[in-house]
Design a protein around this ligand. Structure first.
Ligand SMILES: Cc1ncc(COP(=O)(O)O)c(C=O)c1O
Length: 418
């Protein structure tokens, strides 16, 4: 998981001690925000060299392409994950769309679960369909079904690390064996568990996409996304990327993404966001461990309440994914849990009575958030699509924050008891 030059350092130290390579003239201890659009050069030769990537430390030319504040965050995420290449973009959805605009082509197909974040589902099913890309939905618990769905035009397998809100965990190491045999890259959205709790490289992930709006942003400060390339896939097997240049530092995927796709799509990360998220990275492990321990304790607490029909958290004995969850995650599997009451109406009444827990979308804010997915995130989908996506109307999703657990338990009890 660690980078070659920092293998001896632990997770938080790797992130905090990762320094920007060019010194600030005032010695600012956090890299100042480079809020400018363009960069000036002393002469024509040097600007021409920068555009041809000839300088030893690549210069920045224009913030849609690269920016020092954004690069600083990329370096921290590289140190945290051990990925070969990291690219920050404007949102988690920009991470997903940039990745698939790099990989997919008309006539290709993507093999995935129908249990996806709403916009990801919509991107695959509706947006990419208009470009001639097919999505093939499979049950990711069924390895034979995955193998059968793959053909010579499959450009990638995709899944979410823990599906939201279904809380399923695909057996990534086993799926990776099938994909390796068939030369298909594995793309995983790991937003739900950050790098201190999950080792993507070890699990066989080739490309990781993350909504950094969540844990990384340090308390819902900003919207952002990351694309991580572990350098593990042989892109000579990709119909789209086989003939793309690869360099000493970039695979064909990263080259195509950075030099063509991302700059053409233009969903660059804002430098202010990069500054906030670089600070967020420094406290990531602390917040993650506290939030996910509270989530586990709350899941146990909720399981004891008579009025609650079902509790979802993959570390619970009642979860069919407990074994694979214990195998993939060090510590607790994140700060998201779900629970169900008797009906949609009971959920609405319960949510309206809460005083500490906030009714809001988003995940992994410092504040505990609750949402009724069926009427909100999935509200615009037709009943037929909701059925394919498996969204139940008596289920609520809780994203556990940093409040004291006693206060969260009291809030839940008073809302249940009325
Ligand atoms: C698992 C997952 N992936 C991607 C996204 C999209 O992220 P963003 O809102 O940063 O675009 C979300 C948003 O909630 C998510 O939960």
């Amino acid at each position: 998981m660690a980078q070659k030059d920092s293998q001896d350092k632990k997770f938080a130290t790797r992130i905090i001690s990762e320094k920007y390579t060019k010194k600030d003239i005032h010695g600012a201890i956090s890299l100042p925000i480079y809020r400018n659009a363009a960069f000036e050069f002393p002469d024509s030769e040097s600007i021409a060299a920068a555009f041809q990537y000839k300088e030893e430390i690549a210069s920045h030319t224009y913030t849609r392409i690269t920016n020092p504040s954004v690069e600083n965050l990329e370096r921290k995420i590289k140190a945290a994950s051990g990925a070969d290449n990291v690219m920050m973009v404007a949102s988690g959805m920009a991470a997903i769309s940039n990745t698939f605009f790099t990989l997919a082509y008309a006539g290709s197909n993507i093999v995935t679960s129908p249990h996806l974040f709403g916009n990801t589902f919509s991107f695959f099913k509706f947006t990419l369909a208009a470009f001639g890309v097919e999505v093939r939905f499979v049950n990711t618990d069924n390895l034979e079904e995955i193998a059968a769905a793959i053909d010579e035009n499959t450009c990638a397998f995709f899944c979410e690390l823990i599906t939201n809100p279904h809380l399923e965990v695909a057996d990534l190491p086993e799926i990776s064996k099938i994909l390796r045999l068939r030369n298909i890259p594995m793309i995983v959205d790991t937003t739900i568990v950050p790098w201190c709790g999950f080792d993507a490289r070890k699990a066989g992930v080739d490309i990781e996409v993350v909504s950094t709006t969540k844990y990384v942003s340090g308390g819902a400060t900003s919207i952002g996304g990351a694309i991580l390339d572990y350098g593990t896939f042989n892109w000579a097997h990709s119909k789209r990327l086989a003939n793309v240049t690869r360099t000493e530092t970039m695979s064909q995927f990263s080259f195509k993404l950075k030099r063509e796709i991302a700059r053409n799509i233009g969903a660059a990360m804002d430098p202010d966001t990069a500054y906030q998220q670089a600070l967020g990275m420094e406290t990531l492990q602390l917040r993650f461990e506290k939030m996910s321990e509270t989530a586990y304790q709350l899941a146990l607490f909720l399981s004891e309440q008579d009025k609650i029909v079902k509790v979802g958290y993959t570390k619970l004995e009642s979860s069919q994914y407990k074994q694979i969850s214990d195998k993939l995650f060090t510590g607790n599997p994140g700060a998201m849990l779900t629970f169900s009451l008797g009906s949609r109406e009971a959920c609405f009444k319960f949510m309206d009575r809460l005083q500490i827990i906030r009714r809001a979308t988003n995940l992994f804010d410092n504040k505990t958030l609750i949402i009724h997915p069926e009427s909100t995130i999935y509200g615009s989908f037709s009943p037929e699509i909701k059925k394919i996506m498996g969204i139940e109307d008596n289920l609520m999703r809780l994203s556990v924050g940093l409040e004291d657990i006693d206060d969260l338990q009291s809030d839940i009890l008073q809302a249940l008891s009325q």
